[in-house]
Design a protein around this ligand. Structure first.
Ligand code: OGA
Ligand code: MN
Length: 224
């Protein structure tokens, strides 16, 4: 895979994240989604990109959808490959630390009751896409909030690969997000259909979901 050389995301530091977290909370309250260019702390974005450089495509596996096991159908819906972040790498741990601060902040400000977080690197090779979908279905899933951070230096308007978020179900016009280095998109998982338009070059991101705890007497969550 080809990864473009890095370029600075700006000089925002981890300390500036407090302002960013506040803006995300305000946006979520007002409209349910939040798009933030140049938002990732520069050190974190650099670490994630360097880690991607060091990974091999063999560490990425074709992504599945929901409980759908049919790989042929899968390929018609999404063509990205993914690698789950487990905290084995320093970059992964830094990402998990940062998102855990975001989780605490959103719980404190919005009483969201976010309980856990799962995330993966995603690679869309040239021509890859992800058709319009929801990340969670009301009543069926405990994914509450979707987070996507983009790691693509020098993204140009003709490169495609935009994330399109549809503010209303069935709407044909959406909000287009360029997957530029350092951009962070956050949206309510059950409320916003979205898609990834076909990309014309390698496109990298980290995608994650905050979940609420749906444990009950009959079922432990996460499974024990
Ligand atoms: C997903 C997804 C959006 C993106 O992985 O569910 O919608 O912009 N990703 O990569
Ligand atoms: Mn999605």
């Amino acid at each position: 895979m080809t990864i473009a050389p890095r370029e600075p995301v700006g000089d925002n530091t981890d300390a500036d994240s407090d302002q960013l977290f506040a803006r995300i909370a305000d946006d979520l309250l007002a409209k349910g989604y939040s798009i933030n260019p140049c938002a990732l702390p520069a050190g974190l974005a650099d670490d994630l990109l360097l880690h991607l450089h060091a990974m091999s495509e063999r560490q990425f596996a074709p992504a599945g959808i929901g409980r759908e096991q049919d790989q042929v159908l899968n390929r018609l819906v999404r063509k990205d490959t993914i690698c789950w972040i487990t905290g084995e790498s320093a970059a992964g741990r830094r990402w998990l630390d940062w998102t855990s601060r975001l989780q605490s902040y959103l719980n404190y400000r919005l009483f969201l009751g976010l309980f856990s977080f799962e995330s993966h690197f995603a690679h869309y090779a040239e021509g890859a896409f992800y058709r319009r979908h929801l990340d969670a279905f009301k009543g069926e899933s405990n994914r509450v909030l979707s987070v996507v951070a983009y790691l693509n230096p020098g993204w140009l308007p003709g490169d495609g690969g935009e994330l399109v978020i549809y503010p209303e179900t069935g709407a044909t016009d959406g909000i287009r997000v360029t997957p530029a280095f350092g951009t962070l998109a956050v949206f309510l998982s059950e409320d916003f259909e979205h898609e990834v338009l076909p990309t014309r070059r390698d496109r990298f991101s980290v995608t994650g979901w905050f979940r609420v705890n749906s444990s009950s007497a009959l079922r432990a969550d996460p499974p024990l």
